[in-house]
Every structure is written in structure tokens, then in C-alpha cells.
Design a protein around this ligand. Structure first.
Ligand SMILES: [Zn+2]
Ligand SMILES: [Zn+2]
Length: 420
């Protein structure tokens, strides 16, 4: 009986892995350029970390977490998102001690038990970006500028930035009261989840996927109409700084994000053609999360880019590999020569491959083709005797003889130029 991967968990095979690495490498370059440093946090955390940060009434915590008791009887969760873990680490290691400002990023897998569908998996991957210690609206605009810069750099098509303000606890109080009144007027037509959540967390009704609830919520009062002076000023300043950077955006007053910890700025990067699950990236400010998880009163803002979603809006072409060399050797002497030469080239970073089985030139050329070799070096017994080898350029379809003693230098020079 063949064992298959778990539903919603995918293998990432070559050559797709090359595109994944490109996305990860570009993210590192962009983020390090903006002064971010990488943080690596564990995949497993205490379950409580997520119920306390994301919120107990949310879909993620109520329905989607991989939570289990480990052998010691502790309640453990496979992280459904990275922010809570990064905040936990920031507090645990007192990263705020010398300076509360920290710009951190992390790349890795997340786990949610959702219904698998296009671009949505139970193990999915995110690039996570978090900034601590800055309440100035400039940073809100900067993190949005970073995500827009990144998606355009990697070639994602048709990405639009949507922004909203979710206010602070002060302006949310009167808003929540009115939203609750609105929901209770429509109580008979709400689903069970929304009825239950109405008392403790009415904002979550905006996330409901039931069509009837969505129709009702399209008429619901909006938090953006209830912002206090401070939140309204902050939101106006954020939009102003976005404009200063030339970043196009659309206000979306219905976007509330599916997590409880957001305050003030919330944003999503959406792409046409992704349907209902159209967010490629999303994030927002979380000014009270550090304190809620037992740290000092330090503001934060961050976002996550979904790698699988991003791949859906990237052009399909596969990335060309760098210049590479296949060494085809015929006979035992040449095979030894090829074996050593290939190792020497591999050690200095050249992409090189040989045939190990002493097969025919035709079979070796087929393997060279599969490897995507730009060049094939052919060493036969005759060539070895005369101290020469043939270098064939597979792209230009031409070949030349190269003296064996200087072959390493000759090949390195050509590979370096990218076009021997
Ligand atoms: Zn406010
Ligand atoms: Zn509902």
C-alpha cells in the first residue's frame, strides 16, 4: 500500500523550488535593505499563545488550529501565523531593553486546518514582517510601501493595496455598541456562529463566510465612521505618507481582518483573478499585543505575504538556471578526469554534473539536456591522449577545442561571463 502525503500538505518539487527560492531570496534582499533582521521562531508553541493573541472567537482559534496534547500532557499548537510567536520571542528575550525599535522578518510554514482549495493549503508558507516600537504613521506607510515594492519586484501582476483603520479600544467601544444593536435587529437571519459571537466579538461577523450573513453585513455600520480624533488623524497621516511615496491605494472600509489584535491601520494586497481568496499579503498595526502577551506597552505593526498565493499571480515562465556545464566522458581515464574536474568546479560554485555510469555519448547528451546544461565538455580517450577536450555551447550550437591543462581556468572564465 502506497503512502501519500496528508491532504492539504504539498510537496514542492523541482523546478518549482527554484521559484520559491527566488521569492525568498528577493524578500531577504529587500527587507535587509530596509534595515530588517531575520528571526527564526519554533513551529510549535503553547496553545494559549494563540488564543490570547488572535482571539478566542476567531475562525482560526475556534476551527482551524492544529492543537494537540504532547507526551508530557501540554497543550501544543502548530503555529497558524507568525506574529504571536515573534511577539512572544521579542518579550521573552527582552529585545526591547536597549531600544524598543526592532525590525524583524521570518520565512516559514504555517498550519491551519481549512478546506483545501486553490492557493490554500493546510501547510502554507509566509514571509512575515514585524516592526516594534514605532507608533509614527510613517512606519505604517513604509511597511505598505515595502510589500508593494516586493510584489512588483518579483513580477506579481495586478496587485492593489487596500487600506482601512480599525480604530483603537477607545473608538471601538461606541462602534461595537452600535454594531451589536445592528446585529440584534437582524438576529433571526444570522448564522449560529454570528449569533454566538455577537455579544463578545461582534466585529467577527464581518469575516463570516455564510452568504446570508455577508448580505446583512454589507449594510452594517463601519468602524471608519466612528474613529476618535487620534485614530482619524493617524489614518489621515498614513494616507498622506503613502501619497508622499507615490504608493497607490484604495480605502476599503469593510476590511476588518480575521484576528482580534489589530488596531488602527489594517491593509491587504489583493490581486484580481484570485477570486474570494484574493489577498496576496495582509497586515496591520497591533499597538496592544505586546502588552497583552505580558510585555511592556510597545506598539507594533506587521504583515504576512502568502507564498502560495503570490505564486498564483506570478507569470508562469520557469526561471532559467545559471550557466551550467555537463562533462561527458568516454572511457575510464576520461571518466576519472571528469569526476575530479567536476568536483573542483563544484567547490568554487560552478553548476556542473557528470555521468557516473559510463554510458554512450548519446545517453550522456540526453542527461546533459535534462540538466539544462549550457555547455557540454566532451572528453574521450582520443582527446585525453592529445591533451584536448571539446567544449560545446548548446545555446549557440558551436564547439571548440580546449587544452586539458588549462581546462579549469578556461571553464571558470566562461561560466563567469555567462556565455562561453
Ligand atoms: Zn481611536
Ligand atoms: Zn454568520
Amino acid at each position: 500500500m502506497e503512502i501519500k502525503a496528508i491532504r492539504g500538505f504539498s510537496d514542492i518539487l523541482p523546478p518549482a523550488t527554484r521559484r520559491w527560492r527566488m521569492l525568498e531570496e528577493r524578500a531577504r534582499e529587500v527587507l535587509e535593505g530596509f534595515g530588517f533582521s531575520e528571526i527564526r521562531v519554533p513551529i510549535l508553541e503553547k496553545a494559549e499563545l494563540f488564543s490570547r493573541s488572535i482571539g478566542t472567537e476567531t475562525d482560526i482559534v475556534e476551527k482551524e488550529m492544529y492543537t494537540f496534547e504532547d507526551r508530557g500532557g501540554d497543550l501544543i499548537t502548530m503555529r497558524p501565523e507568525a506574529t504571536a510567536s515573534i511577539v512572544r520571542a521579542y518579550i521573552e528575550h527582552k529585545m526591547y531593553a536597549a531600544d524598543p525599535m526592532a525590525k524583524l522578518y521570518s520565512i516559514g510554514p504555517m498550519f491551519r486546518h481549512e478546506r483545501p482549495q486553490k492557493g490554500r493549503y493546510r501547510q502554507f508558507h509566509q514571509i512575515n514582517v514585524e516592526v516594534f516600537g514605532i507608533s509614527h504613521p510613517m512606519i505604517d506607510a513604509e511597511v505598505m510601501a515595502i510589500v508593494m515594492h516586493y510584489v512588483s519586484l518579483v513580477g506579481a501582476a495586478g496587485c492593489r493595496l487596500q487600506v482601512n483603520s480599525l480604530g483603537c479600544p477607545r473608538c471601538r467601544l461606541p462602534y461595537t455598541k452600535n454594531l451589536r444593536a445592528f446585529l440584534s435587529d437582524h438576529l433571526p437571519h444570522l448564522c449560529e456562529d454570528c449569533r454566538r459571537r455577537m455579544e463578545r466579538n461582534p466585529l467577527r461577523a464581518f469575516d463570516c463566510k455564510v452568504q446570508g450573513c455577508q448580505d446583512i453585513m454589507s449594510e452594517a455600520p463601519l468602524v471608519s465612521d466612528y474613529l476618535c480624533t487620534e485614530c482619524a488623524d493617524h489614518f489621515a497621516a498614513v494616507r498622506n505618507y503613502l501619497e508622499a511615496l507615490g504608493i497607490a491605494y484604495e480605502p476599503n472600509p469593510r476590511m476588518v481582518r480575521g484576528l482580534d489584535y489589530y488596531t488602527k491601520t489594517a491593509f491587504e494586497v489583493v490581486a484580481g483573478g484570485l477570486g474570494a481568496q484574493n489577498a496576496v499579503a495582509a497586515g496591520g498595526r497591533y499597538d496592544h499585543l505586546v502588552a497583552a502577551l505580558g510585555g511592556p506597552d510597545i506598539p507594533g505593526i506587521g504583515f504576512a505575504i502568502g507564498i502560495e498565493r503570490l505564486l498564483l499571480v506570478l507569470p508562469d515562465e520557469s526561471l532559467p538556471p545559471g550557466p551550467s556545464l555537463f562533462i561527458a566522458a568516454l572511457g575510464e581515464g576520461p571518466q576519472r578526469e571528469a569526476f575530479s574536474l567536476s568536483y573542483k568546479l563544484n567547490q568554487v560554485g560552478a553548476r556542473t554534473m557528470i555521468d557516473y555510469e559510463g554510458r554512450s555519448l548519446k545517453a550522456q547528451m540526453r542527461r546533459a539536456d535534462k540538466f539544462g546544461a549550457h555547455y557540454v565538455l566532451i572528453i574521450g580517450e582520443d582527446e585525453q591522449r592529445s591533451g584536448k577536450a571539446i567544449l560545446r555551447d548548446m545555446k549557440e550550437k558551436k564547439q571548440e577545442e580546449i587544452p586539458l591543462p588549462s581546462i579549469f581556468e578556461e571553464i571558470m572564465r566562461r561560466m563567469g561571463e555567462g556565455s562561453p
